[in-house]
Write a protein that binds this ligand. Sequence first.
Ligand code: UTP
Length: 286
Amino acid sequence: MIKKAVLPVAGLGTRFLPASKATPKEMLPIIDKPLLQYAVEEAIEIGVEEIIFITSNEKHSIEKHFQENIDMANRLIKSGKKDYLEKLNPKVFSDIKFHYINQNNQNGLGDAVLHAKEIVGDDSFAVLLPDDLFISNISCLSQLIDTYKKTNSSVIAVNKIDKENIHKYGVINPGIKEHDAILIEDIIEKPKADEAPSDIAVCGRYIFTSLIFDHLEATNFDKSGEIQLTDAIKSLINNQKVHARLYDGEKFDCGSKKGFVHATIALALRDNSISKDISKIIKEII
Ligand code: UTP
């Protein structure tokens, strides 16, 4: 149904300097897996066949990570470590077509998504921001697909945010309930707390019809010199229904140090191979 996913990974990762100087922040691991791989696996799980990375010149390690490494596989076999082969070269990756498009100037998320226009064509497609890590029984993207099947419209994942943090997000003005989703009446990027139209904020998973590209092309740079995806969505709403699906599950904002460490602790406590030790260590520290 949705066969293409766009993953914007060209950002500067300023908040993670110096770690992000030579290593893309999206490649920083939560336990033993790069953040980016969690998002790629989420896309593959819903049946995506083409992954389009919007990347930058300095981020070669991303391309390397999703290529098969035959040399290391041979070395693992020789040293009797066959158990690691699936971790090194996951079978599911071999069926996926990975595209890499450079965004030479970091002109914002909207501009990054627009770079995928040619490859996406007329199909509806998913956008995943790998900074946001979603952990749930039914993945965030599966929840969006469920709504998309019923509405055939663009669908955005949203969650409730407390007042003191609402200014960091795109916030929706909710309309009527349709199926299991909310029809979006308006959307505002990073409003002041007392100007926010609701406590329902956009999180990093989207399904768009290809019409979003026309609206991205017509979107001007904002005050900070970026093309905002939120502004294009605001304009799309005037042409086509856009729904918001309230995400059911946990979300970690791994683009911030706090969220990154939170995700690391939460996942470590669920990893059978280390959970007991980590729990003991945390107790000792406290
Ligand atoms: P962020 O704003 O969280 O990432 O963008 P950033 O700009 O890398 O982070 P800081 O603020 O400097 O620390 C969310 C996602 O959009 C991508 C980022 O790579 C990240 O995955 N992005 C952002 C682009 O691909 N291009 C851009 O111009 C901006």
